[in-house]
Design a protein around this ligand. Sequence first.
Ligand SMILES: CCCCCCCC/C=C\CCCCCCCC(=O)OC[C@H](COP(=O)(O)O[C@@H]1[C@H](O)[C@H](OP(=O)(O)O)[C@@H](O)[C@H](O)[C@H]1O)OC(=O)CCCCCCC/C=C\CCCCCCCC
Ligand SMILES: Nc1ccn([C@@H]2O[C@H](COP(=O)(O)O)[C@@H](O)[C@H]2O)c(=O)n1
Ligand SMILES: [Mg+2]
Ligand SMILES: [Mg+2]
Length: 203
Amino acid sequence: MLNRYARAFFTKVFTPLARLLLKLGVSPDVVTLVGTLGVCVGALAFYPRHEFFWGTIVITAFVFSDTLDGIMARMSNRSGNWGAYLDSTLDRVGDAAIFGGLVLWYAGDGRDTLMAALALACLILGSVVSYSKARAEGLGMTANVGIAERADRLVAVLVATGLVGLGVPEVLLTVVLALLAVASFITVCQRVLTVRRQALSRA
Ligand SMILES: CCCCCCCC/C=C\CCCCCCCC(=O)OC[C@H](COP(=O)(O)O[C@@H]1[C@H](O)[C@H](OP(=O)(O)O)[C@@H](O)[C@H](O)[C@H]1O)OC(=O)CCCCCCC/C=C\CCCCCCCC
Ligand SMILES: Nc1ccn([C@@H]2O[C@H](COP(=O)(O)O)[C@@H](O)[C@H]2O)c(=O)n1
Ligand SMILES: [Mg+2]
Ligand SMILES: [Mg+2]
């Protein structure tokens, strides 16, 4: 949803920075790599130590590199299969680090089995959401639907985790992770049904 409605806005916001980085000779691939590294450091260095606020700030500072790299690639006419592959593959690494960081806290010193299970469910179902689209595209179909696409999942988990880091009761994160797991499952179903329709109409 956000991917559709917010893309134009964020493209406008990041275009000057994209232009500057290109002028400085920075390539879109470098932005993709550095952005993923920053997200992983933010998630894996802070969340497992229960530093939810600062972890969220670091992740948020780097996660928009995923918007920036695409803008840079298009501006410099460098969009292509390699960049698309690198972008999507590293997205999975960043997403896994974010939910994995939460799992590490709750399965470790945080000692909360329900929260660890919910974060793990979000990690797994989110990966299946992405895979269901990637596999469809690999077979020449599309699966660009769903109530919990990547940007939606990131906003939900980052806002809730950041607020808990600021002192809001943890039940907020419990509810958000539970809803996110359900929404991700629904998204998988939406994509499977979309692909099924296309596959059957081809046969
Ligand atoms: C209040 C407590 C304090 C804490 C404050 C922190 C608040 C943090 C709040 C929000 C941060 C959200 C960041 C979300 C960033 C999203 C980045 C993103 O996904 O952008 C890239 C994306 C383009 O994606 P791709 O081409 O890579 O698309 C593909 C797609 O993602 C597929 O997804 P899937 O299949 O999994 O569904 C994948 O298949 C494939 O891998 C992938 O390639 O989208 C865009 O560029 C669209 C625009 C992004 C919209 C972002 C909306 C953010 C909304 C509000 C932000 C508020 C910011 C506040 C900052 C405050 C800082 C203190
Ligand atoms: N290093 C990169 C990253 C991305 N691309 C191209 O941008 C597309 C994704 O754009 P977003 O705005 O959605 O991130 C991607 O499909 C590639 O075509 C690139 O070339 N190099
Ligand atoms: Mg990108
Ligand atoms: Mg991406």
